[in-house]
Design a protein around this ligand. Structure first.
Ligand code: OGA
Ligand code: NI
Length: 353
């Protein structure tokens, strides 16, 4: 399969459209996909919140905390965590310095324009299909792990406050948090603590900083279309004040309420496969608003590219069968590119028959 070298048409930065009266047709979603027509208010609850500090507060509380994580992954695919061990000062600094990047003059940002070959750099679309309807957001994507594929040429050196060290320190802290969550998820499946860690091999990680500009007609578009995350675990640092992320729960879209100092955790497709569907990779999307921009940072923690990911044999018992075919994460990403971003067809596409 050919990997496209360039975008199919000139890239427009959403940030340059924020002050217009109306949005270009390219961003207008079909009526059924617009934010308000597809949300059913109330009744479905809210994304669970877990105090991870409970893991260190004695056996009973540890057990209850692990159960809360496990329940959230089974029923929501999403939860927020507090007392997660990541430095709050570092979280604040990351927000500030990356906001500084998007505040740079356009010519300076354009020096980092990305291409569909690796997606690393400053981007404004994911899909490579010509004429596609676009999302109302710009981003910066970087590969952090494994070290062997980290390419500093793609990292911004402006603004001066945006040092490599800040982003790397943050990445290292998040890898630790992912390790804690992997252990909890393994234990609550009745497996040994190291199960997911081993299945991930030499894990990879990327950082996607999302910048959703304010939008003159937020009811007609989305900041990010519905999708499930293809990798292992995602840890999202959301905007302190501005809402936008919505999680699918049955037929409703539930808005994630920003909690100060919290991080949002979600299960990706590879964990759904490894756990034979016990833990769910759930669709989510981002809505935008007329009043203000929103910055979020998604840290994607993924299994090694070339290891076969398949349902754990310990979880395929009592007459059940594996729900997914073995695939490496690399193959999985290729399939996704061919199918294009289409909500939650991704994990489903590899279901064994
Ligand atoms: C993502 C994502 C949510 C957000 O980058 O995959 O789902 O709130 N981001 O920006
Ligand atoms: Ni996502």
């Amino acid at each position: 399969m050919n990997i496209e070298q360039e975008w199919p048409e000139p890239v427009v930065r959403v940030q340059t459209l924020a002050d217009a009266q109306v949005i270009p047709d390219r961003y207008i979603k079909p009526p059924t996909e617009r934010p308000h027509t597809s949300s059913a208010p109330g009744g479905a609850g809210s994304v669970p919140m877990v105090d991870l500090g409970g893991l260190k507060r004695g056996a009973a509380e540890r057990q209850a905390t692990m159960l809360a994580v496990s329940d959230a992954c089974r029923h929501w695919g999403f939860f927020q965590v507090v007392n997660h061990g990541v430095s709050l000062e570092l979280m604040a600094r990351m927000r500030e310095v990356w906001k500084g990047f998007f505040d740079l003059p356009m010519e300076e940002k354009q020096a980092y324009a990305n291409s569909p070959v690796t997606f690393e750099g400053y981007g404004s679309r994911l899909g490579v299909k010509k004429g596609a309807i676009l999302d109302w957001g710009d981003y910066y994507f970087l590969q952090l792990f494994p070290q062997s594929i980290k390419n500093y040429d793609k990292w911004p050196s402006l603004p001066a406050s945006l040092s490599r060290e800040t982003t790397e320190d943050y990445g290292e802290e998040l890898v630790k948090l992912c390790g804690v969550i992997q252990n909890v998820l393994s234990l609550t499946l009745g497996l040994d603590e190291g199960f997911l860690h081993r299945e991930f091999g030499e894990a990879g990680a990327g950082l996607r900083v999302n910048y959703y500009s304010k939008c003159p007609q937020p009811d007609l578009t989305l900041g990010l279309s519905p999708h499930s995350d293809p990798g292992g675990l995602t840890i999202l640092l959301t905007d302190d004040h501005v809402k936008g992320l919505q999680v699918r729960k049955g037929g409703s879209w539930i808005t994630v309420e920003p909690i100060p100092d919290a991080l949002v955790v979600n299960v990706g497709d590879q964990i759904q496969v490894l756990t034979n569907g016990r833990y769910k990779s759930v669709e989510h999307r981002v809505v935008v608003n007329e009043a203000t921009e929103r910055l979020s940072m998604a840290f994607f923690y993924n299994p090694q590219d070339d290891l076969l990911i398949h349902p754990a044999k310990e979880l395929v018992v009592d007459g059940t069968s594996p729900m997914y075919k073995p695939k490496t994460f690399k193959e999985y990403k290729l399939c996704m590119r061919m199918l294009g971003p289409r909500g939650k067809m991704l994990a489903d596409a590899m279901e064994a028959t």
